[in-house]
Design a protein around this ligand. Sequence first.
Ligand SMILES: [Zn+2]
Length: 185
Amino acid sequence: MSPPESISSPISSISASATVNVATMSKRHPNHRLVKIHRNYTVEEAARLLSIHKNTARQWIRSGLPTIDDKRPILIRGRELIAFLKIRRAGRKQPCQAGQMYCVRCRSPQFPAAGMVDYRPLNGRVINVRGICPNCNSMMHRCVSIARIEQFIEKADITFPQALRHLGEISQPTVNSDLRGDVQP
Ligand SMILES: [Zn+2]
């Protein structure tokens, strides 16, 4: 009749992480009506305006929210922030599915043209992926974590750094080099 040995249980850690999830999910739908179309926002300003954490805004940028690239600090156009929030509100937690990138001009997620992407690591954890929009030929960017890159690459046919050279050829009117060998005289 000895009492059962105390067995260390993972329940306490499970409930702790569940609590965290509930807390972070409570801000899932920031109000896009707070954003002014013709204003640009820094990450800090956007976070304050929408009552979200700065890291949440940075996560949005990594998952497809466009920024004005050549400015420091990073600026987010109000118009694009509104579009991004509307997509989220429409029910998609991530605006892009696996293998898709967000086209700024089309304002929608797109699979890269010809299944070709170029990618380069930004740091030890994040990879910048580039491809061409099949609708408007714009360059699309997406930053994905290294943990997710393989899921991304599975959808693409060509995934090596030299692919960018081919992307450049695609955006030009002559694509004859792609047809070499198949062209009839
Ligand atoms: Zn496009």
